[in-house]
Ligand binder design. Structure first.
Ligand SMILES: Cc1ncc(COP(=O)(O)O)c(C=O)c1O
Length: 396
C-alpha cells in the first residue's frame, strides 16, 4: 500500500488508528472530519495556512549546517532543521496554526488543549490570542513544576492553565482531563497537540507538520545536491517525527530514525519506549502500540523530557515500524542531558530536552558514517523552558 495515501477513510494506517470514542464525541469528530477533508482541498484555506506559516510562524525554518559539531565528531555532515526558531520556539505552532484556522472556519469561540512540555500549550494559547478565542489548557502537576516558564507564558497569553492531579499528573492524564472537558463543552474546539488520538487528529496533525520535511528535502538538495542518508527525530506522540519524515517516505534510501526516551534505561521500568517495547491496544480513542503492564493495562511512562512522557505513540509511526520503514532507537535521560550540553557548548544552540534525544542519536550515527555523508536532525524546539530544570536536576 502507498504510505502517502493513508489513512483510509476510517482513519486507519494498516491496523493502527481508527476512532473509538463515546457517542457524544463521535458526532463532534465526524463533523470535524468532514470539515477537515473539505478544507484540505480548498485552495483559499491552503493559501491562508501558508501565509500564516510564513508571516506568523516565520517559515521556512533554516536548515543549518552544524559545522562545529561536525568537525568535533569527525563523521557525517550534521544538519539541524531549526524548528526551534519558529515563533513560540518549537514545531508545535505549525499544527496550532492549522487547527486554529479550522476552529476559526467552524466559528468556534474556545480552544481546549492538553500539554506536556508546555510548548503545545503555549502555541495553542498564542493562536487563541491571535483569533480572539478563549483558551483552557490542561497540564499535569508534575509537568507544571518542571516547565514553569511555559506556564507563565500561557497565562500571559490569556489562557487558563488547569492543573491536573489525577494519575501520574503528566501528559496522559492531561489528555484524559482535556477530553473529559471537551465532552462537556462540544461547542469548543479540542486542539490536540500530537499525531495521536481518534481520527481525524493523526492525519490532520501530520498534514500540518509535514511542512518540516517538505522544506528540509528542498533545502538539503539545494545545499548538498543529494538526499541525506538519514533523518533523525525524537518521538513523544510523534508529530515532529511524522512532520520530518513524511516527505522522505518515498525515498527508500533515506533511513528514518525515531528516537524514543529510554528515561532511566531501557531495562528499567522508567521509560517511554512505546515503539520499542509496546503492544497493540487502545489509548485515547485510537489503536496503537502502547506500554502495558503484565495484566494488559496501560503502564506508566517516564522521561525527564515532559513532552516525550507518553505511554503511546501515533498510529502512523506504529504502522511505519511494523512495515519496517522506520528504525526505532532510544536515548536515556542522561544521554539527552549530555547532548543538551554538548550542542549548547559547540554550536551555541540550546535545544529542548526532547530534541536533545534526537541530537544524542544523530551524533552517535554521524560518528560511524563517512565524511561526505549527510544527516538531518530535526531540532524540534528550543531549550529555554528546560534550563532551570536541567541545571538544578542534572548539572549542579
Ligand atoms: C520541543 C518538543 N519536541 C518534541 C515534543 C514531542 O512531541 P511530538 O512527538 O508530538 O513531536 C514536544 C512535546 O511537547 C516538544 O515540546
Amino acid at each position: 500500500m502507498q504510505t502517502h495515501s493513508l489513512p483510509d477513510k476510517n482513519g486507519y494506517f494498516g491496523e493502527f488508528g481508527g476512532r473509538f470514542v463515546p457517542p457524544e464525541l463521535e458526532s463532534a469528530l465526524k463533523i470535524l472530519t468532514q470539515k477537515y477533508y473539505q478544507l484540505r482541498k480548498n485552495r483559499s484555506f491552503q493559501n491562508e495556512l501558508h501565509a500564516m506559516y510564513k508571516e506568523y510562524a516565520g517559515r521556512p525554518s533554516n536548515l543549518y549546517f552544524a559545522q562545529n559539531l561536525t568537525n568535533k565528531i569527525g563523521g557525517a555532515k550534521i544538519y539541524l532543521k531549526r524548528e526551534d526558531l519558529n515563533h513560540t520556539g518549537a514545531h508545535k505552532i505549525n499544527n496550532c496554526i492549522g487547527q486554529g484556522l479550522i476552529a476559526y472556519h467552524m466559528g468556534k469561540k474556545k480552544l481546549i488543549a492538553e500539554t506536556g512540555a508546555g510548548q503545545h500549550g503555549v502555541a495553542t494559547a498564542t493562536i487563541a490570542a491571535y483569533f480572539g478565542m478563549r483558551c483552557d489548557i490542561y497540564m499535569g502537576a508534575r509537568d507544571i513544576d518542571a516547565q514553569k516558564p511555559n506556564v507563565y507564558r500561557m497565562k500571559i497569553l490569556g489562557a487558563n492553565v488547569i492543573t491536573v492531579t489525577q494519575g501520574q499528573s503528566t501528559l496522559k492524564d492531561a489528555v484524559d482531563a482535556a477530553l473529559t472537558a471537551y465532552v462537556k463543552e462540544p461547542d469548543s474546539y479540542y486542539l490536540l497537540g500530537s499525531a495521536v488520538g481518534p481520527h481525524p487528529y493523526p492525519v490532520m496533525v501530520r498534514d500540518f507538520q509535514k511542512i518540516i520535511g517538505k522544506e528540509a528535502r528542498i533545502q538539503i538538495l539545494k545545499k548538498e545536491g543529494k538526499l541525506p542518508k538519514a533523518v533523525v527525530a525524537c518521538v513523544g506522540g510523534g508529530s515532529n517525527a511524522m512532520g520530518a519524515f513524511f516527505a522522505f517516505l518515498p525515498d527508500k534510501e533515506v533511513v528514518l530514525i525515531a528516537v524514543e526516551p529510554a528515561g532511566k534505561g531501557e531495562d528499567s521500568n522508567r521509560h517511554g519506549l512505546s515503539l520499542g517495547k509496546g503492544k497493540v491496544t487502545l489509548i485515547h480513542g485510537f489503536k496503537t502500540l502502547t506500554l502495558q503492564d503484565k495484566d494488559g493495562n496501560i503502564a506508566e511512562s517516564y522521561s525527564a523530557a515532559s513532552g516525550l512522557d507518553y505511554p503511546g505513540v501515533g498510529p502512523e509511526l506504529s504502522f511505519l515500524k511494523t512495515t519496517k520503514r522506520l528504525t526505532c532507537v532510544n536515548a536515556t535521560d542522561k544521554q539527552a542531558v549530555n547532548a543538551f550540553v554538548e550542542l549548547s557548548k559547540t554550536e551555541g544552540i540550546i535545544p529542548a530536552l526532547e530534541s536533545a534525544h534526537a541530537v544524542h542519536y544523530g551524533v552517535l550515527l554521524a560518528k560511524k558514517m563517512k565524511k561526505d555523508d549527510v544527516i538531518i536532525i530535526n531540532l524540534s524546539g528550543r531549550g529555554d523552558k528546560d534550563v532551570e530544570h536541567v541545571y538544578e536536576t542534572f548539572l549542579k
